[in-house]
Design a protein around this ligand. Structure first.
Ligand SMILES: [Zn+2]
Length: 248
């Protein structure tokens, strides 16, 4: 029968790997969602841009109509002024003509400004459209590769979970319930290698008696954090070398 300490090392390796795979798999739908949100935002910005262009076009048309109306009004006032019978009427018309001319000039400026804006926005439209198209293609490619990656990771997770189960099934009937209780509270973090004489998880030093037990691969839990202890590859090598040196 395999000693617990040897099984623990295996279990820890597989449970950490399974946990990392789960974390990775869980991130993938979030990454795909983020891409979708980005495209939705860009589509909205593009539509807003098109709407703005339409608005500018409508406003140019409206201003052109009022430009014509003001010019007609001005012509009519000029005619009335030429036909004025007295000075008072003449002066009143003069003031009104002045106001109308100022309005014409203002509308004219506004039309020129709007036309410039329309030209600039129209010129920028194909570039905006291209950016949106590129981003959409990117998002589709990312979704495809992420979905493939997810399937691959899920396959790895199934394999790793099977290895973990196989390792756990090697624990004796005596040790298994204790192990399961600890796993229930710590999940993938239920085991800890030793670093020298110290539990790597909680940094508490263990007794020499416990050290001997861990070195002989017994079922040992850290007295401080209750995690199951095992020798790391490094510690195992150091221990075996010192043993060999003692024998020589
Ligand atoms: Zn500990």
């Amino acid at each position: 029968m395999t000693e617990p300490g040897i099984i623990f090392k295996e279990i820890h390796k597989y449970s950490i790997h399974a946990f990392e795979l789960q974390e990775h798999i869980a991130r993938i739908p979030r990454q795909i969602k983020a891409q979708k949100t980005r495209i939705e935002r860009m589509e909205k910005e593009f539509k807003d841009f098109q709407d703005l262009l339409k608005k500018i076009k409508v406003s140019i048309h409206e201003k052109e109509v009022s430009f014509k109306e003001l010019n007609a009004k001005n012509a009519k006032l000029q005619k009335q002024q030429n036909e004025a019978s007295d000075n008072k009427a003449y002066d009143a018309l003069k003031t009104e003509i002045g106001t109308t001319k100022a309005e014409i000039s203002k509308v004219e400026d506004e039309i020129l400004f709007a036309i410039t804006e329309q030209e600039e926005k129209t010129a920028a439209l194909p570039e905006q459209e291209k950016l949106l198209k590129t981003a959409k293609a990117e998002a589709i490619a990312i979704e495809k590769s992420s979905t493939e990656r997810k399937a691959e990771l899920e396959k790895q997770l199934t394999e790793t979970s099977a290895l973990l189960k196989a390792a756990e099934s090697q624990l004796s009937a005596e040790h298994l319930p204790k192990y399961l209780r600890i796993v229930q509270s710590f999940k993938h973090d239920a085991l800890s290698p030793l670093e020298g004489k110290t539990c790597a998880s909680c940094a508490t030093e263990i007794t020499s008696q416990m050290m001997n037990e861990v070195r002989s691969y017994q079922f040992v839990a850290c007295k401080s954090c209750n995690r199951l202890l095992y020798l790391s590859e490094q510690e195992e090598r150091v221990f075996r070398e010192s043993e060999a040196a003692d024998e020589a």
